[in-house]
Design a protein around this ligand. Structure first.
Ligand code: ADP
Length: 457
């Protein structure tokens, strides 16, 4: 068994099975064997089963939220927020299942009809991270099942309890064995099984760019298609015409969600020179009012880092900035609570050579850079191998359009710090991966287009 630890106090909160390879293989077999019957179900039947799962979870929110606080460390308010977000995908795709339309094309030949139909790609697999233990799974499973695919999930071994509870509720709602399966154990071994089995026709992965590259390399050998949601290095640009109060609120919301352990967390705050000092002062005032602590309470708090490696990474990035001559405007060390807690921190007077300008911080650290002109900041914002999301605050409409065109990212968010919901396409470009999740576009990743020519009519 794998012990699951509460990052807030190190206690064991539960266990998950460390499956043997033969158990993993049996689960893959069930996923593949269940595909023909599931794909032939009426769209309405798949839709109703998904809707039933949605309702079953909705009746059990409190138990899910508590589990998420305990194994992930996020606060209760955020756990409930994630449940709403994650439920949104099941609800959306329960509806979308009925609307996977095909097409007809004017025929190129006499007495013929050209049709395009969409068919589920086949059995699929997914590997998910620990930072959103609920939503990462519902987003992938609901899409796959709606399209008529079956799916086997390997959740993060840091947060398998929420995952197994999702499986249990799916079974209670009548989603059959094989249609949705789950395995935990050795990630590398399981990843290799997923990528080498030619019966698995698609893999969806959310996690680090390094692991994404390994999986995509192996999947290249079997030509297994992939959706990859990888690392980010999001710029958050505040222009001198921005609504300062809104920009501070947006910055705090986007940065401190899940204690900064989010792939779309702003990693580089670019603030126009003319308002830089005022912005930093307002940000410090706002952030200093936010508490740090264990999450089983009703108000928002910044929680612990997920594990010792996460804490050490954040500490070492801040120390490296300090040594490089940056100014620590707030925080800057491990929190007095001890354990895995880190102080919400603001670092200023950084330059683009700083280690934290190139590395995903994954912690509650605001890294602030000055800029002078729009052209300069767009160039600096794009000077990264990543391209997941970019945020901008400006009241100038022309500038908003220019940003939306010129920023290299899968998502551009203007005058808001909030990105995700079920109805929009989530995903990146460059080394942040490819493919989209959510919205109409999400389902396209799980269907093959089949061209049918009926000639001789
Ligand atoms: P993070 O930094 O978010 O933990 P990882 O990429 O390490 O990112 O982990 C994301 C998911 O990938 C987790 O479920 C983890 O267990 C899994 N994972 C880690 N290494 C491998 C691997 N070599 N092959 C397949 N999955 C892996």
């Amino acid at each position: 068994m794998i012990d699951v630890l509460n990052p807030a106090d190190g206690t064991v909160v539960g266990q998950a099975p460390a499956m043997t390879l033969s158990e993993v293989n049996s689960a893959i077999d069930r996923t593949c064997e269940a595909f023909p019957a599931w794909s032939r179900k009426l769209a309405k039947e798949r839709s109703e089963l998904l809707r039933g799962w949605f309702e079953r979870i909705r009746d059990d929110k409190a138990a899910f939220a508590e589990l998420m606080v305990k194994e992930n460390g996020k606060c209760l308010a955020e756990a409930y927020g994630e449940i709403e977000y994650g439920l949104g995908f099941i609800e959306w795709y329960a509806e979308e299942a009925k609307r996977i339309y095909g097409d007809t094309i004017p025929s190129h030949a006499a007495n013929a009809q050209v049709m395009v139909v969409k068919e589920p790609v086949g059995p699929t697999a997914a590997i998910t991270p620990w930072n959103f233990p609920f939503m990462m799974i519902t987003r992938k499973v609901a899409t796959a099942l709606a399209a008529g695919c079956t799916m086997i999930i390997k959740p993060s071994e840091e947060t398998p309890l929420t995952a197994y509870k999702l499986l249990e509720t799916a079974r209670e709602a009548g989603i059959p064995e094989g249609v949705f399966e789950m395995v935990t154990g050795n990630p590398k071994e399981i990843g290799e099984r997923f990528t080498s089995d030619t019966r698995i026709r698609k893999i969806s992965f959310t996690g680090s760019t390094a692991v994404g590259r390994t999986l995509a390399g192996a999947a290249g050998q079997t030509l297994t298609r992939m959706t990859l949601e990888l690392g980010g290095n999001a710029p958050f640009i505040v222009f001198d015409d921005a609504d300062m109060e809104a920009a501070v609120e947006g910055a705090v919301g986007a940065k401190l969600r899940n204690s900064g352990q989010v792939c779309i967390s702003p990693n580089r705050f670019y603030v126009h020179d003319a308002i830089h000092d005022r912005f930093v002062e307002a940000l410090a005032e706002r952030v200093s009012r936010i508490e740090v602590g264990e999450g089983m309470r009703d108000d928002f708090v910044v929680g612990p880092m997920i594990n010792r490696t996460g804490l050490e990474k954040v500490s070492s990035l801040v120390e490296s900035a300090r040594r490089g001559g940056a100014n620590i405007a707030l925080g800057g060390r491990a929190h007095g609570l001890g354990g895995l807690f880190y102080e919400p921190t603001i670092v200023t007077e950084l330059d683009d050579d700083a280690e934290m300008a190139r590395t995903e911080i994954f912690g509650p650290v605001f890294a602030v850079y000055r800029f002078q002109t729009e052209a300069e900041v767009i160039e600096r914002a794009n000077a990264t191998e990543y391209g997941l999301v970019a945020y901008g605050y400006t009241r100038d409409l022309g500038r908003s359009f220019r940003l939306s065109r010129e920023i290299e990212a899968g998502m551009v968010i203007l005058n808001s710090g909030s990105v995700g919901t079920a109805s929009v396409p989530f995903g990146g470009v460059k080394q942040s991966g490819y493919g989209r999740e959510g919205s109409f576009y999400g389902i396209e990743e799980y269907v093959d287009v089949k061209y049918v020519l009926m000639s001789g009519l």
